[in-house]
Design a protein around this ligand. Structure first.
Ligand code: COA
Ligand code: AMP
Length: 632
């Protein structure tokens, strides 16, 4: 089966194509309606079908005789713990936790926040929610209590599931105290907090709403999976938008399961029974789709890795895990490879391991620079595949579909469109541009199954943010171009979102926090190039008074701490520079792109609308003094 024919079929006959793929799942009630419109006149898949994700990820495989196969291998270099969890054991843990959730009053349609480190209980919690139709919302552990509180108020969980603590390099992350602080800040109070004690000697502050995870599981009965409608939200996952308020992406159930099963086979090229590793975190979409649901749906063994590519204990960790657990395909972010390459440029660590099991390495989460791709290919001697997607899509939109045909790899390009995605490059007016011309990356509707259903509690923002910009298309927020063979090159976001170490962050949100410092008159926060993390945020501030200038060091420290307290350590906001003024247009708009381009040594056109051109030299000299960009 050739990629081109397969792809064409999916675009020309989407209903036929996806109804075939849906047959790969064991539905409780097979769908008759394939593509229809929802109450908002937006496309939905398999409306009348019924199924259950937890059943498909666990019970189905046991029924088929694979209960003794490893479902999850937990490998934690930060705690020196490893655990092999079979589908039978997974069933025991998940079905009893689901029983526990029911005993606390949770039922189909309720919401539950999961704020947990990379431990098996995080996956049990997701699958237990899915088992009884509870909509989970996993919040990444690197977010501070304030961010958690925003999410609590938005999705109003009845219960939060958390753990005593996380373990970062040389640092304990106090998850339970963070949850307590977030609940205090939130207007909406959950009824219960289920706490898993990791037995690492960390003290757990007690509250009346606490429920002990282990005791709850021990005393609760196993429960059977509850059939849910295909369109039932399986989860809400918050992601950064262009305002300070994150967007709750809603994922359906039937379309998602169909898309993930399809992805494992045709994009990642893994068969049932093989081992797959996505080195990400359950707090991100990669963790949802390719640590938890995708591999388990496809009866793969999924690696759950609690560590970093370096310093846990060194740059050999990835290679050790691949070799020890016989990983067939791995997924990571380019930033992780850059970190490894910096520590081990000659790949000495890599040579110590038998990596013959590894057939493909996939990279995503940020633009993959050619040097990183080439280095990885040279070291591993296997196809290294960049691919492009977003929290919104839930699964890859541009890739080299190795399970169909391994095509030529063109460094700098994320590949060609994945089945179901009619990717077009549009100009300002929504007209398609010619090949090699850069424009806005948009996808002609309907989107294939598994992508976002809407935004939680905010259908207007969904429509205005994604659908109104180019009628008839979904707008991705990225810029890019295609070559004459339909390979797509993503050039980056066209909005205020930045990608720091593969983590999506909003500079608008950071700017709001910086601007609220009492000594700041005005400010700009934008992303600048970072050798390891791809991008990092940089803040420029104009202070209110000369007196403030005398204490600028203290003010800078306070601002950095404010961002860390409000958003979290993950923001990596470590640089803020004081300037006399910011470049503006004559109408008063701050020229952030110009500020970024000067820092990144990119060729920049000085906008004709600039108020005062002499400011450019001022900014350059501030960058020079602080060794930003070109002068680094
Ligand atoms: N819980 C709590 N804190 C977290 C966290 C988590 N889950 N993840 C990161 N943090 C903290 C870190 O401890 C760090 O805190 P610090 O400022 O006190 O040092 C901060 O957030 C920034 O973390 P990070 O961006 O991960 O930087 P790092 O210097 O610790 O590590 C890399 C650098 C490149 C090794 C690391 O970013 C990495 O592994 N990146 C790959 C990420 C990835 O796979 N992303 C894919 C998403 S699809
Ligand atoms: P997230 O929603 O966190 O997955 O981030 C999605 C954003 O990351 C996209 O909109 C892109 O800007 C960027 N991104 C993800 N993968 C790639 C890639 N392979 N190449 C370029 N940018 C990418």
């Amino acid at each position: 089966m050739k990629y081109q024919n397969f792809y064409q079929e999916s675009i020309e006959h989407p209903e036929k194509f996806w109804s075939e793929q849906a047959k790969q799942l064991d539905w409780f009630k097979a769908p008759k309606s394939i593509l229809s419109k929802d109450a908002y006149n937006y496309d939905q898949w398999f409306e009348d079908g019924e199924l259950n994700l937890s059943y498909l990820c666990i019970d189905k495989h046991i029924k088929d005789g694979f209960g003794a196969q490893n479902a999850i291998i937990y490998d934690s270099p930060v705690t020196n713990r490893k655990q092999h969890i079979t589908f039978n054991q997974l069933h025991h843990e998940v079905s009893k936790l689901a029983g526990g959730l029911q005993s606390l009053g949770l039922k189909k349609g309720d919401t539950c926040i999961i704020y947990m480190p990379m431990i098996p209980q995080a996956l049990y919690a997701m699958l237990a929610c899915a088992r009884i139709g509870v909509i989970h919302s996993v919040v990444f552990g690197g977010f501070a209590p304030h961010e958690l509180a925003i999410r609590i108020d938005d999705c109003k969980p009845k219960v939060i599931i958390t753990a005593s603590n996380g373990v970062e390099i040389k640092r304990i992350i106090p998850y339970k105290p963070f949850v307590d602080e977030a609940i205090e800040k939130a207007k909406n109070k959950p009824e219960r907090v289920i706490v898993f004690d990791r037995q690492l000697g960390v003290e757990i502050p007690k509250k009346e709403y606490d429920v002990n995870y282990t005791e709850l599981v021990d005393k609760s009965p196993s429960v059977e999976p509850v059939p849910v409608a295909s369109t039932h939200p399986s989860y809400v996952l918050y992601t950064s938008g262009t305002t300070g308020t994150p967007k709750g992406i809603i994922r359906d159930t039937g379309g998602y399961a169909t898309a993930l099963k399809f992805s494992m086979k045709y994009i990642y090229g893994v068969n049932e029974g093989e081992t797959f590793w996505a080195a990400s975190d359950v707090g991100w979409v990669v963790g949802h789709s390719f640590i938890t649901y995708g591999p388990l749906l496809n009866r793969n063994t999924s690696i759950l890795f609690e560590g970093k590519p370096i310093r846990t204990p060194d740059a050999s960790t990835f290679w050790r895990v691949i070799s020890e657990h016989h990983v067939k395909a791995m997924f990571t972010a380019p930033t992780a490879i850059r970190a490894i390459k910096k520590e081990d440029p000659e790949g000495e660590f890599l040579k110590k391991y038998d990596l013959s099991c590894l057939k493909y390495l996939f990279l995503a989460g940020e633009r993959c620079d050619v040097a990183t791709l080439t280095w990885t290919e040279e070291q591993l001697n296997i196809p290294v595949i960049d691919h492009w997607w977003q929290t919104e899509s839930g699964w890859p939109m541009i890739a080299n579909m190795v399970g169909v045909t391994l095509q030529e790899i063109r460094p700098g390009s994320a590949g060609t469109p994945v089945c179901g995605y009619d990717i077009q490059i549009l100009d300002e007016d929504g007209e398609q541009v010619s090949s090699s011309v850069e424009g806005y990356v948009a996808i002609k509707l309907p989107l294939p199954p598994g992508t976002l259903r809407n935004l939680w509690g905010n259908p207007e923002r969904f429509k205005s943010g994604y659908l109104d910009r180019f009628p008839g298309y979904y707008f991705s927020g990225d810029g890019g171009y295609k070559d004459e063979d339909n390979y797509v090159f993503i050039t980056g976001r066209v909005d205020d979102i930045i990608n720091v170490a593969g983590h999506r962050l909003s500079t608008a949100e950071m700017e709001e926090i910086v601007a609220s410092h009492k000594e700041v008159a005005e400010c700009a926060v934008f992303g600048v190039h970072c050798e390891i993390k791809g991008q990092k945020p940089l803040g420029l501030v104009v202070l209110k008074s000369n007196e403030a200038l005398d204490k600028q060091e203290t003010i800078q420290k306070e601002i950095i701490q404010d961002v860390r307290n409000e958003i979290g350590a993950v923001a990596s906001f470590r640089e803020v520079l004081v300037v006399n003024r910011l470049p503006k247009t004559r109408s008063g708009k701050t020229l952030r792109k110009l500020l970024r381009n000067i820092a990144d040594e990119q060729q920049y056109n000085i906008p004709s609308t600039i108020d005062d051109v002499t400011i450019i030299d001022e900014i350059k000299s501030v960058y020079q003094i602080h060794k930003i960009g070109i002068h680094n």
